[in-house]
Design a protein around this ligand. Structure first.
Ligand code: ATP
Ligand code: MG
Length: 567
């Protein structure tokens, strides 16, 4: 659980690690490294958060430091205990362990209130009665300075009185705010007298009804970092313009100041990484829940068959940078394939079965064929797979009229059955509509083990499952969730949901797998030979197996890399 060993060599020294190293060398924080991961409990974690965790937990571990988990629970309107619990579970699943107990911004509400009072007393904060609309008007724009609120010069005594009454619940939501008195003409809009506290008559999932005023993120985050003795507050790029405000509060409060460093958010092609958008997909029923295997949530990825190692490897490979880019989904899939290739047992499963009868094979006879569990891992050993007169092969492995370069089974043609014999197709069985519903074949007993004593060759090897021994299975095939690479970013006025892929899920109910999978447990992954990696879904129950295809075998990432190198 606490194994923080990266599965790849540690990322080279990026700009954040360089900054941390510099601070260690200069003794800026007494040589300490203490980071934090600050999720807002308003949704489930996604692969973007995995990147942030790789940075926060990863850097702490690499430098022998600590990483706190702190819930940024300053907005009671959207936050719930359900999310808090799920987030902790997902962090542990990824293999990270925070230092000590989980912390909450709400742990510090009393301290934050006192600090707000301190700023009022210093003449650095005031209670403002502008409505939200008026405040927007007064704020100005990127090109135009804002103008001072008419309430900006209230006396300290009046501000203290009003702020205290805000806290006691005397005023309606939206009627008053507490604002920092900075500079309405600042080139940085975040410094134009930002709101520190707003009134929300809303129960908080931890503090209940104790408070009806809540601090804004900007007034909470830096101070929480300060209280916890964080050295490096690592966050995504959208906070870069908030850094001057982060620093302003700490300076005016005259308290310990950590160093904030920003890095680019992860964007992944063919999906969305915003909790708000993911919530819409779940609530509106576009997917089956937060753990739908098509979602980029950690729960979805886990159910899909992603391993913590594959996700951490992915994060190590993408590293951190200062500029926003979109990473190809194919790289994430590549990382999973690499990991599962090393450890997933191989089995035979047939997704779309076609019945084969081997006419010269004795009726009632069963042979146990020895099969290799994992060619990448000799210690995984071998298993026995039953072979008999009636088998299933993949519909796709037979063509009545084979096109050029199609080397698998066809009338009159011979192929090898993996771990078994050569078989030859001698006849085709059709239904009334002319569809092929079965094949008549013969086998050559001399080819057991896979080679013909007379040296004749076959051009392909196909997988199979003995019909009498086959276990029925449902197989869920997934495709990308969206039809366009940047669904958030299409410039045609359409909602991102207009680009949902209607074929992102295909359910096969008539698949079969070899009998050795009888006791496969939810979460276990297998390579179905020639097809891909499949993970047992928790829906498997009462002897019915359900598999999710995690990723097909073919790697499109290798192709992308080649194209990028111009080959
Ligand atoms: P969302 O837009 O999904 O709601 P958020 O930033 O509001 O994201 P938080 O729960 O506040 O979500 O995020 C916790 C931490 O994870 C923050 O430090 C944030 O910067 C980081 N983070 C969130 N999304 C990404 C991402 N796509 N890439 C990298 N870091 C991210
Ligand atoms: Mg956030």
């Amino acid at each position: 659980m606490t194994d923080l060993t990266p599965t790849s060599p540690p990322a080279s020294v990026d700009f954040i690690r360089a900054a941390v190293l510099e601070d260690i060398r200069s003794g800026r924080f007494g040589g300490r490294v203490h980071t934090r991961f600050p999720p807002e409990p308003n949704g489930y974690l996604h692969i973007g958060h995995a990147k942030a965790m790789a940075v926060d937990f990863g850097i702490a571990a690499e430098f022998g430091g600590k990483c706190n988990l702190r819930f940024d629970d300053t907005n009671p309107v959207k936050e719930e205990q359900e999310y808090v619990d799920a987030i902790m579970e997902d962090i542990r699943w990824l293999g990270y362990q925070w230092d000590g107990e989980p912390r909450y911004a709400s742990d510090y509400f009393d301290q934050l209130y006192e600090w707000a009072v301190k700023l009022i007393k210093k003449g650095k904060a005031y209670v403002c009665d502008l409505t939200p609309e008026q405040m927007r008007e007064y704020r100005g724009t990127l090109t135009q300075p804002g103008k001072d609120s008419p309430y900006r010069n209230r006396s300290v005594a009046e501000n203290l009185d009003l702020f205290e009454r805000m806290r006691r619940g005397e005023f309606a939501e939206g009627s008053r705010t507490l604002r920092a008195k900075i500079d309405m003409a600042s080139g940085n809009i975040n410094l134009r007298d930002p709101v520190m506290y707003r009134i929300l008559h809303v129960e908080h999932h931890r503090t209940g009804n104790k408070w009806c005023i809540y601090p804004m993120y900007d007034f909470a985050h830096g101070q929480c970092d300060s209280i916890e003795g964080i050295t490096h507050s690592l966050c995504s790029l959208e906070y870069e313009d908030h850094r001057p405000l982060y620093e302003w509060f700490l300076k005016e409060l005259e308290i310990y100041a950590p160093r904030q460093i920003e890095f680019a958010r992860l964007n992944l092609s063919y999906t969305v990484l915003s909790k708000r958008k993911l919530l819409q997909l779940v609530k509106e029923g576009h997917v089956r829940g937060w753990d739908d295997p098509r979602l980029p949530t950690l729960r979805g990825l886990r159910r899909r068959g992603y391993t913590p190692e594959a996700i951490r490897d992915f994060c190590a490979r993408i590293g951190v940078a200062k500029n926003n880019t979109t990473i190809e989904l194919a790289l994430l899939e590549h990382c999973l394939r690499e990991d599962l290739n090393r450890r997933a047992p191989r089995v035979m499963g047939v997704l779309r079965p076609l019945k084969v009868v081997i006419e010269n094979y004795p009726e009632g006879q069963v042979e146990e064929m020895q099969a290799i569990n994992n060619p990448e891992d000799p210690s995984a050993g071998t298993r026995l797979v039953p072979f008999s007169r009636e088998l299933y092969i993949e519909q796709d492995d037979f063509r009545e009229n084979p096109p050029p370069k199609y080397y698998r089974l066809a009338p009159g043609r011979e192929v090898r059955l993996r771990y078994a014999y050569f078989i030859k197709c001698v006849g085709v069985v059709k239904d009334a509509a002319g569809n092929v519903i079965g094949l008549r074949c013969t086998y050559d007993p001399a080819t057991r083990g896979g080679d013909a004593p007379d040296g004749r060759k076959v051009k392909s090897t196909i997988h199979w499952v003995s019909a009498a021994h086959a276990l029925p299975a449902e197989v869920r095939l997934y495709d990308r969730l969206f039809t366009v690479p940047h669904p958030d970013d299409v410039d045609d006025g359409q909602d991102f949901k207009a680009y949902l892929n209607p074929h992102s899920l295909e359910v096969l109910t008539g698949s079969v797998v070899e009998p050795g999978l009888r006791n496969a447990q939810p979460g276990q992954s297998f390579q179905f030979e020639r097809l891909g990696y499949f993970c047992v879904d928790p829906d498997s129950a009462g002897g019915k197996l359900v598999f999710n295809r995690s990723v097909p075998l073919k790697d499109s990432w290798a192709k992308i890399e080649k194209a990028q190198r111009g080959e």
